[in-house]
Design a protein around this ligand. Structure first.
Ligand SMILES: [Zn+2]
Length: 131
């Protein structure tokens, strides 16, 4: 069953499949372009996103290009998984080992672990706040 939600830019009603994140929804190409320009994300949210799924999937869920995600990571100083990371994860190699095999130093892996823990903590706090 599709659900009707307002366009993120012009409020026109649009039907979407409920499994799509509401933030994806714009009614037309011009609205989508405006939405892409407005693409806003907190560094913590971006950090969690890029370490949860490949950039292509993150980009799709925000309805922006891979490039937009990459540029934003750079601008917000958010570390992203190195090339080859997701292939290793898919092959069952644990996160830390995958990074080590891809040339990261243990120090860098530890530092990332701390950043991710902080980001997860603040994401949990946000969930507690009633909408
Ligand atoms: Zn619209």
């Amino acid at each position: 069953m599709p659900v009707t939600i307002p366009c993120a830019i012009c409020d026109a009603p649009i039907e979407i499949c409920p499994s799509h994140a509401p933030r994806r929804a714009t009614c037309s190409k011009p609205c989508r372009v405006s939405w892409q320009r407005k693409f806003e994300i907190e560094p913590d949210e971006l950090l969690l996103a890029v370490w949860t799924e490949p950039v292509t999937s993150v980009a799709a869920s925000f309805d922006v290009s891979d490039k937009a995600i990459e540029k934003r990571c750079k601008r917000l100083n958010v570390p992203k998984p190195p090339r080859g990371y997701w292939a290793k994860i898919q092959n069952g190699i644990p996160h830390r080992e995958a990074l080590f095999e891809l040339g990261w130093l243990w120090e860098e892996i530890e530092e990332l672990g701390e950043k991710l823990a902080v980001a997860e903590e603040s994401a949990r706090e946000e969930e507690v706040v009633p909408a």
